[in-house]
Design a protein around this ligand. Sequence first.
Ligand SMILES: [Fe+2]
Length: 530
Amino acid sequence: MNRRTFLKSLSLLTLPYLGVLGSQKSKIDFKHGVASGDPTNTHIILWTRVTPSKPSIGQLNVEYQVSKDVNFTNIVSIGTLKADIGRDFTVKVDVDLSKHQPGTNFFYRFKCEDSLSPVGQTKTLPLKNLKHFKIAVFSCSNYPAGYFNAYKDAAKDKSIDLVLHLGDYLYEYKMGDYATENAENLSRVPIPFSELKSLSDYRIRHAQYKSDLDAQLLHASFPMIPIWDDHEVANNSYKTGAQNHQENEGFFLSRKRNALKAYFEWMPVRDIERFGSFYKNFKIGDLVNLQVLESRLSSREKQISYDDFIDKDAGLNKEKFLKELNKERELIGQNQLDKVRKNTSNKYTWNVIAQQVLLSKLKLPDLPEIILENIPAGYEYFRTIIKDDLPYNLDSWDGYPNERRKLLSYLKNKGQILFLAGDSHNCWAGNIKDDQDHFIGVEFGAPSVTSPGTSEATGELFPIKILENMVVNKNDDLVWTNLLNRGYVTIDFTREIAKTRFIGLSQVKTKNYSREVLKEFIVEKNKEII
Ligand SMILES: [Fe+2]
């Protein structure tokens, strides 16, 4: 999309004010848009990045302005921020709006020298008399894999109040690695070309993702609550390492520090690392109690791997594997578990727990031989685990069953929980029960924005709809899956129901697409979904 079509698309959204771009003559540019995030009843993070005429420039003064009207005739908050290389010329303010009613809409923009940024729209979280609140849920937005049509589509929906991004907001891979096959054709070659390791690498990649006009449009339209998954650092990361981090790539903890520094610079989030915990809790009146958990970098112990239990001749040592699987191993850690226990309460109509990896138990069905024959290297153990009825994704909660048991025991009798997850690239809907078969809540797993799903792996080998049925039939608590479409999820909370829609897009390899509601669930309080 060029600048003109971008502006046109904005005007189509009846948000022409979002297209108020900086002066053409100015030497300062706002190339990465504006964003708002982590809203509370009284505060909200406002973010932008200035691109100076030359990188060697020292410090720049950036003014922020918040207004109740789009023309900024009634400015309610104003202040000056410093931009310099120390934060990669990004600026962020946790603006105090406590003098205004919670749930108020605001417009915001930034000014540097004689340049004005685009205008963003945001709102604080409402507090009282709340009948309705709608969130949109995203995960796995992989730039070289396709266009962010899901972002563009959601930006058209004026009834959305808040956006959640459950991680893999960006990917660390180099050109030539995972999901970059079409990058050149799509003009979406990742920069830097290399895998991200240094602070500079992570900053450049963040800048590339924020140069995407659909990402800018989404950010300018709604406040976002984001939390990272693994790829914001490296694939299948855990507290002290990652599958995609090798010894010859330096210290993992330095890489993690670089990735997190760039993340906090470039994302519209409160700098929670200063408070020693990544756990977040947002109260949306007494309608929704939203807890956002971190499951990668603060506590997670290394994933166990089938490779360590399979002997080439003797096969899988199931006993040894199960013993290791069921050991006490942390995923979110006791600190977050305690917070979840303390903060989940049935005084809220809806308790929402949003995190990254699927909580639902998931086993593979008897896959047809045509798929098994074509399983990529590294997944040969699929044959064994199907035979032995074992979980297949040990990076998800299935790899940490002891801590899952603990989490569910803390949530028993706290009212029905609505769990949200990303990470898998496919759509999931299921009931969550503890080992005694008590119903704890429902889980919705959001599809990826662009990252390839299962159907892209199976291709023409086997009809995907039949495979979906086989997966649902195999897993008692799983109600529905879609292994085909990219997209996002919306949830409209009212006092009585949580109307959940899986929005599927026909295409991410072209900018033109059609949308479809793949499935709708009307979640009722304390009732299983069917
Ligand atoms: Fe992902």
